[in-house]
Design a protein around this ligand. Structure first.
Ligand code: ATP
Ligand code: MG
Length: 395
């Protein structure tokens, strides 16, 4: 029934040259989303609007909407009925059937909002509004007009074709990926880091990711789970370069040489260092983690300060002020939750102490890290040299 879609986006702050960049990025991401859909589509920009035409006879409406809902920067998707120009009477008739098919309960208010983009169309916008409105009132006795606050805003657009629409399906909002640089996500198999990646991607930032594993203490399936999560995040962010780092040697060294209640915090400092190193080499302008204040011992404000101390790039922690339940709700909405809760060990859970420090002291931690000074530089280099790079496409 719908052969075209109008894509709406929030225009605040996108003027002039920025607007071009914004729209180009949006079109690119829309095309990326449509590649996952059956059917053939054309995406066009005309005079500050983005349209999708369905070119094939067959396509899956639900699948198309689901995928368009992953495009950051989209504020709404409007499925449109497309008519050929077969005269004004025919247009009125089609508007009446549109209302009939879309609103079985006619005890509603409406307003017609016509826009005549093709100026050689013989009927002016105001006249379209009035005449179509009248025809609808005649056809359905219960329906009423409300020009200020209608239940249904019936849009009619006269262009090369004529479009009728009234439904707006909300998109994720935000800005198109590619308009705000790139950042490196520390992606684990948990609930929080995929959400963190999504939240930053939603602001237009391209995402790369790093995952630390510790074979044979962590399994191939745990790694696969992270790849699967990256595929889900990539629906929003576009393709992700996932750097898989072997962290076993470093973890064992810390385990052997440092106090066990400080294992996690020291380990996290080395993760951040390595992530930052990769970030700098790949033109990422910041790091992203799923940390939230107070969630676990390594995320008290003191622990976060000690972890942060090794970084020179800004560290973005979009979940910082969210409760676990709020993070869970976002992960359900973006579709990562079911994968995140699969029960595969992650590399932090194997070497955890029974009573980790909750208020680490930076000077003390640094003193204990001295125990690693003979081997750590070499080990970090080896971890970097043996990275496995996986290019993850959206699922
Ligand atoms: P998540 O649900 O994201 O796993 P978490 O509550 O388990 O988070 P931690 O294990 O303390 O929290 O990790 C905090 C953050 O550190 C994660 O959100 C993630 O950004 C990063 N991180 C933790 N483990 C790894 C790992 N193995 N590889 C990459 N990043 C990691
Ligand atoms: Mg985790």
């Amino acid at each position: 029934m719908y052969k075209a879609f109008l894509i709406k986006y929030a225009e605040i702050g996108v003027k002039g040259k920025n607007r071009d960049l914004f729209e180009e990025a949006l079109v690119r991401q829309i095309k990326y989303a449509l590649k996952r859909c059956e059917g053939e589509f054309r995406v066009r920009r005309t005079r500050g609007r983005i349209y999708i035409d369905v070119l094939s006879d067959d396509y899956d409406y639900e699948e198309t909407i689901d995928n368009l809902k992953t495009v950051c920067g989209v504020s709404a998707i409007c499925p449109m009925v497309q008519l050929e120009d077969e005269g004004f009477d025919k247009l009125c008739e089609s508007a009446v059937s549109y209302m009939d098919e879309h609103y079985s309960d006619k005890n509603i208010t409406f307003k017609v909002n016509a826009r005549r983009a093709r100026k050689n169309y013989p009927v002016e916008s105001m006249e379209i509004n009035a005449s179509v409105g009248e025809k609808i009132l005649q056809a359905f006795p219960e329906i009423r007009v409300d020009v200020h606050n209608p239940d249904v805003m019936l849009y009619i657009e006269v262009r090369e074709h004529i479009y009728i629409y009234s439904i707006e399906i909300p998109g994720p909002g935000g800005m198109p990926v590619g308009t705000n640089g790139k950042a490196m996500l520390l992606l684990s198999g948990g609930i929080d880091s995929p959400v963190a990646g999504f939240m930053v991607a939603k602001r237009g930032v391209k995402i790369d990711a790093v995952y630390f594993h510790a074979p044979p203490y962590t399994s191939e399936r745990a790694k696969q789970k992270v790849v699967d999560l990256a595929k889900l995040v990539a629906r929003y962010s576009g393709p992700i370069y996932l750097h898989v780092i072997n962290f076993t040697e470093i973890q064992l060294a810390i385990y052997e040489k440092c106090p066990h209640d400080e294992l996690t915090i020291i380990m996290r400092r080395y993760m951040m260092k390595i992530a930052e190193d990769i970030a700098k080499k790949t033109e990422c302008l910041g790091l992203i983690t799923g940390e939230s204040i107070g969630q676990v011992a390594s995320q008290t404000i003191q622990s976060l300060a000690v972890t942060n101390e090794v970084c020179t790039l800004p560290v973005f922690r979009p979940c910082i002020g969210l409760d676990k339940q709020e993070i869970v709700e976002i992960s359900e909405k973006i579709g990562t939750y079911e994968t995140s809760i699969l029960p595969f060990e992650d590399c932090c859970t194997i070497f955890v102490a029974k009573h980790p420090v909750t208020k680490p002291n930076l000077a003390v931690i640094k003193r204990h890290e001295e125990n690693l000074k003979d081997c750590i530089d070499e080990m970090m280099q080896r971890a970097l040299d043996t990275e496995e790079l996986i290019v993850v496409e959206a699922q």
